[in-house]
Design a protein around this ligand. Structure first.
Ligand code: B12
Ligand code: SF4
Length: 501
């Protein structure tokens, strides 16, 4: 049984022009490899002609089963298009899709895209293994937990929740050897080719209403032990020359032991690697005594979801920290010479212009990296249910569910385009402040690089576009699926032509 895992063609990290092999895909591959399946990986994002290459691969190699990974709601149509293309290229292929969005919206996804045969709901390693084994042995798939599909009569079947893997240490090191680690897109925005995204824990114990991660992992948290984390990091340094990491764990130090263990391991191994971790304001305060240790172990920045400057809003989204805690956490990080990155949410229902100005002043004062987002009702979250019930969702095109586009109106701003302009305006005001510009001369090399990168590549490109109409940077290998179909013209197979219409 030959299995191909596909990260479908889609845009890379749009504004920042970086990409990373999906840690989830690499973990799935390593697991299947250990189970001795015949596997292959295709991260289409890195192909010169992603749709054509995918189609050719399916036609030539005819894998028995193709898995498609869709980790962001914004990529769901890319995943569906890939499924359509694969099915048209070889109708015998069995297609299984996995990831957050299809897990939450399994029935909708299956009905919208009949080319998808199965959806893996939730964590993938064990479900996919059992699924492939059952296919091999022609066993009853309804016994495999965590699967969703439509039966012969079109009835939606869900086989039931798959329990989470108890011990993440039982998982092998992600299959980096199957990724194109040398590809020029595999970088971090300002940190360049030394950078990579890694992931060492799953879930989060909090329940912020807008958060799809907490919903996906049902408010649980599991971690890999610091020793295994350090083993993986050492491998990445030795074999792949990676020494700067964005650690994608939602909340790195849920328990103090994780931070303590990480610091001890990194100090012991002396690999001289650097990290940007994610945490919460209240945990930064709890772990104040560890902050110097984190820095000495190579951590240069903490990213916190501080979201907003008002306790009313924080309470409403169940953030479970206060504005005072946010200030204290930012001050503490600065005191311990750690950079502050804040992810922030604007576009709340009751928000006024004054609120936005206060917001700007509040965060402008403290943060080194400004992660501005528009609040988005991600399917699967309580916030999505709430907003849907209130009829506030105005845009149902999932491509826009990327935190960068408004999809809901606010009380005072009904027009989504207006909200998008407000978003861009705040970004522009933030980055063009003299104080921000001066960061390009900062003695801190990471801050200096980030700002040089952002200002010379991103902001400059946007400014030239706005003043002179020069084109905004376009990812050289990105192609809309429909353009691919049209480009194929006469040569298009009958099935593809039908799809193109
Ligand atoms: C790595 C990562 C990225 C990488 C992308 C890597 C890639 N190749 O896709 C980068 C840094 C580029 C990125 C960018 C973005 N990301 Co991102 N990212 C992550 C991150 C940190 C880790 C994902 C991960 O690997 N998790 C660990 C693994 C174990 O979980 P998993 O991926 O869900 O995979 C498991 C299951 O889902 C399942 N599974 C997954 N695929 C498949 C396939 C099959 C066949 C099967 C059977 C099972 C299966 O099995 C896996 C193993 O158990 C998550 C946050 C997080 N901690 O998860 C956010 C996250 C996925 N990103 C998110 C977002 C919003 C974005 C951006 C849109 C942000 C932005 N505004 O720019 C951009 C979009 C990219 C773009 N094109 O512009 C959101 C998605 C929310 C949503 N529901 O839509 C997340 C959840 C963060 C968050 N909480 O907001 N991201
Ligand atoms: S603290 Fe962060 S990861 Fe945890 S539920 Fe809230 S937003 Fe999600």
């Amino acid at each position: 049984m030959r299995f191909l895992l596909v990260d479908p063609p889609h845009k890379i990290w749009t504004i920042l022009r970086a990409w990373t092999p999906s840690p989830g895909c690499l973990q799935l591959l390593a697991y299947l490899e250990r189970e001795q399946f015949d596997i292959e990986y295709m991260d289409c994002t890195l192909n010169e002609n992603p749709w054509r290459d995918l189609e050719e691969k399916i036609r030539k190699e005819k894998p028995d089963v193709v898995g498609i990974s869709v980790i962001c709601t914004a990529f769901i149509y890319d995943g569906m298009n890939a499924a359509n293309l694969i099915k048209a290229a070889n109708p015998k292929t069995i297609i299984i899709m996995g990831g957050e969005h299809p897990s939450f919206m399994a029935e909708e996804t299956l009905r919208d895209c009949p080319a998808i045969d199965y959806i893996c709901v939730g964590e993938g390693e064990v479900t996919l293994t059992e699924f492939l084994r059952s296919l091999e042995k022609k066993e009853d798939l309804s016994k495999v937990l965590g699967l969703a599909y439509l039966d012969d009569r079109g009835k939606f079947i869900y086989t039931g929740d798959r329990p989470f893997i108890e011990n993440l240490d039982a998982l092998p090191i992600p299959a980096y050897h199957l990724a194109k680690m040398e590809h020029p897109f595999i970088t971090l925005p300002s940190e360049g080719e030394r950078g990579l995204v890694v992931n060492f824990s799953r879930g989060c114990l909090w329940d912020c209403t807008f958060c799809s991660e907490s919903a996906f992992y049902k408010r649980t948290w599991r971690r890999r032990s610091p020793k295994l984390i350090a083993d993986e990091l050492e491998l990445l340094k030795e074999k792949y020359k990676r020494d700067i990491f964005y650690v994608g764990d939602n909340t790195f130090n849920v328990v103090r032991e994780q931070g303590i263990g990480f610091i001890e391991e990194m100090l012991k191994r002396k690999t001289n690697q650097h990290f940007w971790l994610q945490s919460r304001a209240d945990l930064i305060l709890r772990d104040e005594d560890l902050l110097d240790g984190f820095r000495e172990a190579g951590v240069y920045q903490f990213m916190m979801g501080l979201e907003y400057h008002s306790d009313v809003v924080l309470k409403d989204i169940k953030k479970r920290h206060t504005v005072v805690q946010a200030i204290q956490a930012m001050e503490l990080l600065k005191k311990h010479k750690l950079m502050v990155m804040a992810t922030l949410l604007i576009g709340h229902w009751n928000e006024t212009e004054k609120d936005r100005n206060d917001f700007f002043k509040f965060f402008g004062k403290y943060v080194d990296h400004f992660g501005l987002n528009l609040i988005t009702p991600l399917p699967g979250t309580p916030f999505f249910q709430q907003m849907k019930a209130l009829g506030r969702i105005k845009d149902w095109d999932y491509r826009n569910y990327d935190y960068l586009h408004a999809v809901m109106s606010a009380k005072e701003v009904d027009d989504l385009e207006q909200l998008n302009l407000i978003y861009r305006d705040i970004m522009r005001r933030y980055y063009w402040r003299p104080r921000e510009m001066l960061k390009i001369f900062s003695p801190n090399p990471i801050l200096r690089h980030h700002h040089r990168y952002y200002i010379t590549k991103v902001a400059f490109n946007i400014m030239m576009h706005e003043i002179f109409g020069t084109p905004i940077w376009v990812q050289p290998n990105y192609q809309e699926y429909k353009d691919y179909l049209v480009e194929r013209g006469e040569a298009l197979s009958k099935e593809l032509m039908a799809l193109a219409k």
